[in-house]
Design a protein around this ligand. Structure first.
Ligand code: UDX
Length: 442
């Protein structure tokens, strides 16, 4: 079976690579010529650990290729995956512009294709989009009938940035929403070499599983953050509490790390989308609204901690370590570093910022005004009044108490519980404060 992938962003390219690795011939289609040129040379058009190496190998083995010709790619394949972006609109809903364009183009190509074809929606779309919009557009533009001439599936992705390749090759589960048995049987064949749990369900259920999963993960983090804020009041370490909580099999230890909030392109976008979609059906998801609200206020805990030690932050110099939304990526979308920086700047604080990978992207987001970008973590710490850690990069984990001694006042405010041994700071005369850490002895 030959596969065409429409959209070579994060999801499309990683999915294409995974299928090529499992032996299928894959053609990745994109309108952006630069992306296809880069892909055809075996160079990933964005940063993701491990992707470049495997892509080069698969291109050399002719298992994967790039193309800007969608019609040809669809006509020459048996299955097409729609992997285009669904960005947020100002009202929280997702924009279906690219999904609709892709569905129309696939439909037009199918009009000219002989034989059965399977279309799989992988883009994150709110419930009913596949059956009410994508399916209808394909039927309209192909002049063909679903169930007879073509099939349709919805197959959500659960890729984490920084771990996308591994998640694509070795997923925890594959969820397959199917229009009918024939569609689902073909998708099952594509996934036959994936050793994981597979679930077959309805199209709309598959769409909802993606939203429910991300909503739950974000809620779990927010719950840990709430516990952290409570623990702090009682002089309790929330990480020890969550260790105990996570031992319960029903809860599991994952996604219980408290901090200054979740960032990234997915959680906020997906939760906003499902809230807006629910509201359009006259239901207000209060829990999810609270999750988003709390995530906006959580970074302010860091500012409060800084003020508790330094008093007024006007004209104070503060180092901000870690600008990406999590370690292992240069992605700054929804990074909590921006909320922290903006609040500090409003208070008249001078910021020295550093990140091993994300400085270029952060500069575009936050601008240069009143933010000085340092060469490395150690240089960023020189003569400052406090240091805030927003992303727990390995480079920061390796900092030793002596590295903080170059600060004017050695105060470390840890938004991510970066260090295993937090007791070492006090022993070295360094003030250490952290989210959900026993900051003030009781
Ligand atoms: C997420 C989902 O995990 C993935 O399944 C989905 O497909 C896309 O969105 P990603 O955005 O790459 O993936 O990052 P993830 O590792 O989930 O972390 C998101 C944010 O939550 C980060 O800012 C991270 O620092 C934060 N986080 C994560 C916590 O604060 N605590 C945790 O315990 C885990």
């Amino acid at each position: 079976m030959k596969i065409s992938i429409i959209g070579t962003g994060y999801v499309g390219l990683t999915t294409g690579i995974a299928f090529a690795k499992y032996g299928f011939n894959v053609v990745c289609v994109d309108k952006v010529k630069g992306k296809i040129k880069s892909l055809s040379n075996g160079v990933a058009p964005f940063y993701e650990p491990g992707l470049g190496k495997i892509l080069k190998k698969l291109v050399d083995e002719r298992l994967i290729e790039g193309s800007t010709n969608l019609e040809k790619a669809v006509k020459n394949s048996d299955v097409s995956f729609i992997c285009v972006g669904t960005p947020s609109l100002p009202n929280g809903l997702i924009s279906l512009e690219h999904v609709k364009d892709a569905a129309k183009d696939v439909g037009k190509a199918l009009e000219k294709k002989k034989g059965y074809h399977l279309v799989v929606v992988k883009s994150t779309v709110t419930p009913l989009t596949t059956e009410k919009i994508v399916l209808a557009l394909i039927e309209k533009y192909s002049k063909k009938k679903v169930g007879k001439d073509f099939g349709i599936c919805m197959n959500p992705e659960f890729l984490r940035e920084g771990n996308a390749l591994n998640d694509a090759l070795h997923p925890d589960r594959v969820v397959m929403g199917e229009y009918d048995k024939k569609s689902g049987d073909i998708l099952m064949k594509l996934y036959r070499n994936f050793k994981c749990k597979k679930m077959r369900t309805k199209l709309r259920t598959a769409e909802m599983i993606k939203y429910a999963s991300n909503s739950f993960l974000a809620t779990k983090i927010t719950f840990a953050n709430e516990m952290a804020n409570i623990c702090e009041k009682f002089g309790i370490d929330v990480y020890e509490v969550m260790k105990g909580v996570g031992l319960d099999k029903r809860i599991s230890p994952y996604f219980l790390n408290a901090g200054c909030g979740f960032g990234g392109s997915c959680f906020k976008k997906d939760i906003s989308a499902i809230i807006s979609a629910s509201r359009s059906k006259n239901y207000t998801p209060k829990l999810l609204e609270t999750v988003l609200d709390m995530n906006e206020t959580q970074p302010l805990q860091i500012i409060r901690m800084a003020e508790s030690v330094l008093g007024n932050l006007k004209n104070k110099k503060i180092t901000l370590l870690g600008l990406s939304f999590k370690p292992g990526t240069d992605d700054v979308r929804e990074t909590r570093a921006l909320s922290i920086a903006k609040t500090l700047l409003k208070k008249g604080t001078k910021i020295i910022a550093y990140d091993p990978k994300a400085m270029k992207n952060f500069k575009k987001l936050a601008g240069h005004r009143n933010i000085v970008y340092a060469k490395n973590a150690k240089a960023a710490l020189r003569k400052v009044d406090a240091c805030i850690i927003q992303t727990s990069w390995e480079e920061f984990k390796n900092l030793r108490p002596k590295d903080f001694k170059v600060m004017k006042t050695p105060v470390v405010i840890d938004g991510r519980r970066t260090f295993d041994n937090t007791e070492i700071f006090a022993k070295n005369g360094i003030v250490y404060l952290g989210i959900g850490w026993k900051n003030f002895a009781i």
